[in-house]
Design a protein around this ligand. Structure first.
Ligand SMILES: Nc1nc2c(ncn2[C@@H]2O[C@H](COP(=O)(O)OP(=O)(O)OP(=O)(O)O)[C@@H](O)[C@H]2O)c(=O)[nH]1
Ligand SMILES: [Mg+2]
Length: 304
């Protein structure tokens, strides 16, 4: 029996301390944590078939992500008694100081006695793409405990692109902007998200102008398959029920486990460099290797 195994029933009952303890195992960068993770996942899978969806939420600092997620999470659990929601906030941190760049950010705050809501923050520790290496790992755990797992990332360039690798659906939050800023958005980021959310609709004209400019841009940049576009206010509640309903029914596809080859390849690159990637390619590529090794941890052990 591992030290974690007695925690499994409490974690499945969503006791925050048990869930929090298991999260630290999934964040642990040491090689020895791999087999512990594999045992936790196996124990969970013996008891529960829950597979939540990962919803990525990205956007510029101050766009209104945390406030929106707090409101959405509360609505999502109110709408279904058995539903549970987790929020994982990935904070950009300075590789130099190791400290959080945005240490005084507003957090999602959930009532401590509400087991169906769970919040955790994670430092991205200079990881390229703004997404913590452990984000994928923690999502493997949390999707087995919660029905919806939100991942909040600050949209600073690459992170919008990296978040789609772990999320089943990704939204870009766009605060009310001056028109020329919306035009600028056409360049890169427009291709990536599955949905767009204009936040702070209660501010009035600027939010309306942003919504219409964004809709026009999306018609140009993604003709024929325009992504979902929402206009919401976390302050007044406008638009939140429709957005919550869309999130609750978003398709999961292969889920987090299907992302293992991508993250295994990232691990090979980080640990073994170019030589490692060549060896992986010669072995048939990440998907085959993970499959043949019986999963992510098996692949790590087999790769050496
Ligand atoms: N008027 C209005 N203000 C809002 C709304 N939602 C958030 N805000 C305000 O916008 C500011 C930023 O909100 P956050 O939720 O912290 O934004 P964020 O995107 O999570 O910010 P970072 O995590 O720091 O990137 C706060 O002052 C909020 O009170 C809204 O619906 N309407
Ligand atoms: Mg935030």
């Amino acid at each position: 029996m591992t030290t974690e195994e007695p925690l499994i029933p409490s974690a499945l009952a969503l006791h925050k301390r048990a869930v929090g303890h298991l999260v630290t195992v999934f964040e642990d960068p040491r090689a020895a944590a791999g087999p512990r993770r594999a045992r936790v996942l196996a124990a969970l899978d013996r008891t529960s078939a829950r597979r939540g969806r990962v919803i990525g939420v990205t956007g510029a600092p101050g766009a209104g992500k945390s406030t929106l997620l707090g409101e959405l999470a509360t609505r999502l659990i109110a709408a279904a008694p058995g539903r549970a929601v987790a929020v994982l906030a990935v904070d950009p941190s300075s590789p130099v100081s190791g400290g959080a760049l945005l240490g005084d950010r507003t957090r999602v705050r959930f009532p401590p006695d509400e087991r169906r809501l769970f919040f955790r923050s994670q430092a991205s520790a200079g990881e390229l793409g703004g997404l913590a290496r452990a984000t994928f790992q923690v999502c493997r755990l949390l999707t087995r405990l919660f029905d919806v797992v939100f991942v909040e990332t600050v949209g600073v360039g690459q992170s919008e692109i990296e978040i789609v690798r772990v999320a089943d659906r990704t939204y870009l939050i766009v605060p009310p902007l001056a028109g020329d800023h919306v035009q600028f958005m056409k360049a890169g980021i427009m291709e990536v998200p599955d949905g767009f959310i204009v936040s702070k609709a209660d501010v009035g004209d600027a939010a309306d102008a942003t919504f219409h400019a964004l809709r026009a841009s999306l018609r140009l940049s993604r003709p024929g398959h325009e992504p979902a576009l929402h206009r919401v206010s976390a302050r007044t509640g406008d638009g939140l029920d429709a957005l919550a309903a869309e999130i609750a029914t978003a398709p999961i596809g292969g889920g987090v486990d299907a992302r293992a080859p991508y993250f295994f390849e990232k691990w090979v690159a980080a640990e073994h460099g170019r030589r490692g990637l060549e060896r992986l390619a010669a072995a048939g590529g990440a998907a085959d290797f993970v499959d043949a090794s019986g999963g992510f941890e098996g692949a790590q052990a087999a790769f050496g």
